[in-house]
Structure formats: C-alpha cells, structure tokens
Design a protein around this ligand. Structure first.
Ligand SMILES: C[S@@+](CC[C@H](N)C(=O)[O-])C[C@H]1O[C@@H](n2cnc3c(N)ncnc32)[C@H](O)[C@@H]1O
Length: 254
C-alpha cells in the first residue's frame, strides 16, 4: 500500500482552491506552449482539483488527468460539471501508472514529482512515465531545491475563509535530511470560529529534491534523451543561481 504523501485530503483538499483561485496562473502559458510544440494527447499527473486541467480543456486542449487523492479528484469533477466539461480522470499513483493510452506530453506541475519521496518509487515513476509516452513524446518535470528549510519555528503561511464562514489559518515548519535529500514539512491547519479556535489538524509531507546531474542521469537511465533544463516558466536555460528548474526530456523516435 503506497503512502498518500502530502495528505491531499481533509482540510488540505478542501482549502486547495482558496489558495489557488483563478483561471490563469504563472505556469499556465508555459505548458500550453510546450503542448503546442508536441501536438497530441497530454496527461497531467497530480492534476488535483483541475487548476490547469479544466482551463486547458475549456480551450480545446486534449488533456487527461491522474491523481492519487479521491478528494482532489472529486473537487475536480464537481468544478468540471459546473463548466460542462467531462474530464477523463484516473485515480492512480504515478509510481504505479497503468493507463490504456500513450501521450505526447506528460507534465507534473508544481513540482509534485517531489512528493514521491521514496527513491526507488521515484525511479519506478520515471519508468512508468517513459512507458506511457508516444515515440517522440515529452515529459515536463519542475523541481526545486529547498532553501532555508531547517526551521524550528512555525511560520504563518496563509489564511482564508471557508464555505461556512469560519477562518482557516495555515502555518508550517520544516526540517531537512541533507544526504537523503528529503525535506519534511509539517503544516498546521487551525479552524477559527468567531474568536475561538475550534480545531487544529496537522499534515506531514515529504519532498525529495534532486540536483541537475543526478536527475539528468536518472532520466537517461530510462531512455530519455534531448534533455533541457529551464530556469523558470519563461523557458530560458537554467543558470547556476537558480534553485527552481524544469526538466524537459523526450522519448526517442523508434
Ligand atoms: C501540489 S498539488 C498540484 C495539483 C495540480 N497539479 C495543480 O497544479 O494545481 C499535488 C497533487 O499531486 C497529487 N499527488 C501526490 N502524490 C502523488 C502520486 N504519487 N501520484 C499521483 N498523484 C499524486 C496530490 O493528490 C495533489 O492533488
């Protein structure tokens, strides 16, 4: 049984769209540009509540979605119905991906590949991605190296209003396991009604980070080639100061 790392359920799933509300985001154009360059069916892994998937479908892109969280997928389906969209969604873990189709583009936004915190499972996920690509297809995998992530204190991350009018306050703390390249992040969700704290819930997530040569070798190990590393959503090559970067790699034509 695989772990649902990140706990994209409970308050995390319920509040996701409070923090990510809208139709256009900093990464929206980027994936569209890359899908345009390699036309064909696309797959968003870790599609969540459809932040990107639903606007892409509205615009006529052929994109399907995979996520391991029932609650995130339920929310995606509900929003899709309101927009008269019928997305093809699969409830699967990327490390066990087993779909009836192959895709021209597979993308994993918001660095969700890092949620596969176990090294062997991450390798397994890459082999599944490769197997689900058409010849000449591309994967797009954003990653980051955590900065200042060894914090003892709790830092307020964001706050918002829930559907019942109560307030929600999210704080986080984090630690790193340097040579394992794993960050453990704990998020605390506090529900406040009036002036009373009525509930506190904690969620733990582990994120595995990678360095550029390491991840390049991992991709090569599974047969990927034409590997590019962008330093951001403007698609410019990564420079040495950047700790957020986006891998793009292709499956060879047969
Ligand atoms: C940060 S959210 C991103 C959601 C969406 N892609 C977006 O950009 O708004 C991460 C999503 O990845 C999903 N996820 C986490 N681990 C996963 C795994 N191993 N396989 C498939 N989905 C996973 C979570 O359930 C969650 O919906």
């Amino acid at each position: 049984m695989l772990d649902t790392n990140g706990n994209y359920r409970g308050y995390v799933a319920e509040t996701y769209d409070i923090w990510w509300n809208g139709d256009t985001f900093f990464d929206t154009q980027f994936y569209k540009r890359l899908m345009d360059e390699v036309p064909g069916m696309a797959l968003e892994i870790g599609c969540g509540t459809g932040r990107l998937l639903l606007p892409y479908l509205s615009e006529g892109y052929e994109v399907e979605g995979v996520d391991c969280s029932d609650e995130m997928l339920d929310s995606c389906r509900k929003k899709a119905a309101e927009k008269d969209l019928s997305p093809v969604l699969y409830r699967q873990y990327m490390q066990e991906l087993d779909l009836p189709k192959k895709y021209s583009t597979i993308f994993i936004p918001l660095a969700s590949f890092m949620l596969v915190a176990d090294r062997n499972e991450a390798m397994q996920a890459l082999s599944k991605l490769y197997a689900h690509l058409e010849e000449g297809g591309q994967v797009i995998i954003p990653l980051f190296i955590p900065q200042n992530a060894n914090k003892k204190e709790w830092t307020a991350a964001h706050s918002g209003k829930r559907h019942d009018g109560s307030d929600i306050l999210v704080s986080s703390t984090s630690s790193i396991h340097l040579h394992e390249q794993v960050q453990t992040k704990i998020e605390r969700y506090e529900i406040i009604q009036g002036h009373s704290l009525v509930e506190t819930k904690f969620y733990t997530m582990k994120l595995r980070w990678y360095y550029k040569y390491e991840f390049t070798m991992m991709l090569e190990k599974f047969g990927f080639h034409d590997i590019s590393i962008y330093g951001g959503y403007d698609g410019q090559p990564m420079n040495d100061d950047q700790t957020f970067f986006i891998f793009r790699a292709r499956k060879q034509h047969g």
